[in-house]
Design a binder for this molecule. Structure first.
Ligand code: ARG
Length: 459
């Protein structure tokens, strides 16, 4: 086993069980690039503070750049005995440069170092999530545009409620994904501050130019309190929360695709590329991609809960508990990204069945509200109209009839306010057109919304 960088004050070696337990290298090796980039800028800051000579700084920066190439080319061999990525980077540097490599850690602690690496890593992941959300929103928008005239039943309580445009339903998801995008954009504002210079907790005793380091690494500024800089994981909590919410949106969409592609609904079909068969039943086509996305929502929600639980009751400043921020959050970021990609790839291959949707909308009493609204227009208070149409629905249910089956004479028995023009009301198209408020399902409105969302997605 390699000698520990911190072995000085210890008499005994680490227990092998604990050594393995404590190591994070298996997962924090993901931070390698960021650790190296942060180290290059730190070396420059040490030079500017006259803590390294020009020649020393150059040698260190050159060696770190070499290591970056080694890492990218898979030639950087990690030593699992060295706990984490930070110690691995330092050890490799010392192998290259001898004792000079030991100067890099001047004025820096692994506590501010890991905080820096995580902020850099999740800054990238946040930007990636924003891109993927935009791409998905575009795909959903395209689908809405393609099926602009398809009518389907809208639901509450999973019961047919009022007719809506399929496109209107899809645009609801565009709204969700745009809010998700905004959540990630917003957390970026709080994440983008540089913790380096905090040292272990109290602030470095060396005259390092923190503002320079922050600028060089693309941060908007520096963390203003050294204790907070090393103890803060809010940006990860926010990332996990934004990811969990986005996953919940995906999961709801997947749930609908699963239901709608099933025999009972038959509203649409999922492309073969995103379905699987059964090992036993030759007839089966299963919506596994959708189910997996719905299922993976659990791990992302779990990552948020896990990190909230890790952070609660940790005193300031750094605690080793924080190492537990990594696996769950890395997994949450990967999972979100994959699920957004899969969804965007799957949606264009849906086969929509407008006839089945329309049929479902024509059955039942989906126009009952429109009938009540008709009576309101003829002067009846809404409550009375509601009651009266309720009785008409009851009447039909008892006789196995639908609303359009009733003749004008039948309707007149319930109210003399019913006239010949009621026939127009009992049409799906009329119901849709009536809902022309902002945000309503009227075809004209939905067209406008598609155009508005297109513009929003362009910027
Ligand atoms: N692997 C550690 C983590 O993820 C790095 C920081 C270690 N700092 C320490 N004082 N042990 O948090």
């Amino acid at each position: 086993m390699s000698k520990k960088t911190w072995a000085g004050r210890f008499r005994k070696k680490t227990h092998p069980l604990f050594e393995a337990f404590s190591a994070s290298i298996a997962f924090d090796c993901r931070l390698a690039e960021y650790d190296l980039l942060g180290s290059i800028v730190h070396a420059e800051a040490l030079f500017r503070a006259k803590l390294l000579s020009r020649r020393e700084a150059l040698a260190i920066k050159r060696a770190l750049a070499e290591m970056l190439t080694e890492w990218r080319e898979g030639r950087f061999r990690l030593d699992p005995g060295l706990e984490d990525i930070h110690l691995n980077v330092e050890r490799r540097l010392t192998q290259k440069l001898g004792p000079l490599g030991g100067k890099l850690h001047t004025g820096r602690s692994r506590n501010d170092q890991v905080a820096l690496d995580m902020r850099l890593y999740f800054r990238n992941q946040t930007r990636l999530a924003i891109q993927k959300l935009e791409a998905l929103a575009r795909v959903v928008l395209d689908l809405a545009e393609k099926h602009q005239s398809v009518i389907m039943p809208g639901y509450t309580h999973t019961r047919r409620a009022q007719p809506v445009l399929f496109a209107h339903h899809l645009l609801a998801y565009v709204e969700m994904f745009l809010r998700d995008r905004e959540r990630f954009q917003d957390l970026l504002k709080r994440l983008n501050f540089c913790p380096l210079g905090a040292g272990a907790l109290a602030g470095t005793a060396y005259p390092l130019d923190r503002e320079f380091v922050a600028r060089a690494l693309g941060f908007a500024g520096v963390c203003r309190n050294s204790l907070d800089a090393v103890a803060d994981r809010d940006y990860l909590l926010e990332f996990a929360a934004a990811a969990a919410i986005a996953m919940v949106h995906l999961s709801r969409l997947m749930e609908e695709l699963i239901l709608w592609s099933g025999e009972e609904f038959g509203f649409l079909e999922i492309g073969d590329e995103f379905a699987t068969g059964s090992s036993m039943m030759p007839n089966k086509k299963n919506p596994d991609a959708c189910e997996l996305i719905r299922g993976k929502t659990g791990r992302v929600v779990g990552a948020l809960m896990a990190l909230l639980t890790v952070m609660k009751a940790t005193p300031l400043a750094y605690n080793r508990d924080f190492q537990e921020d990594k696996e769950g959050l890395f997994d949450a970021a990967d999972t979100l990204c994959h699920c957004l990609e899969i969804t965007a790839a799957m949606l264009p291959g849906l086969t929509v069945h407008p006839d089945r949707m329309r049929q479902a909308a024509e059955q039942g009493f989906i126009l009952a509200t429109d009938l009540a609204d008709y009576l309101v227009k003829k002067g009846l208070p809404f409550r009375q109209a509601h009651e009266l149409v309720g009785r008409i629905v009851r009447h039909c249910l008892d006789r196995g009839l639908l609303l359009p089956d009733l003749a004008l004479a039948d309707l007149k028995k319930f109210s003399p306010k019913f006239q010949k023009d009621v026939a127009r009301v009992l049409k799906l198209e009329t119901s849709l057109q009536a809902r022309s408020v902002i945000g309503g399902t009227a075809p004209r409105r939905v067209r406008q919304e598609i155009a508005r969302l297109r513009r929003r997605l362009r910027t």
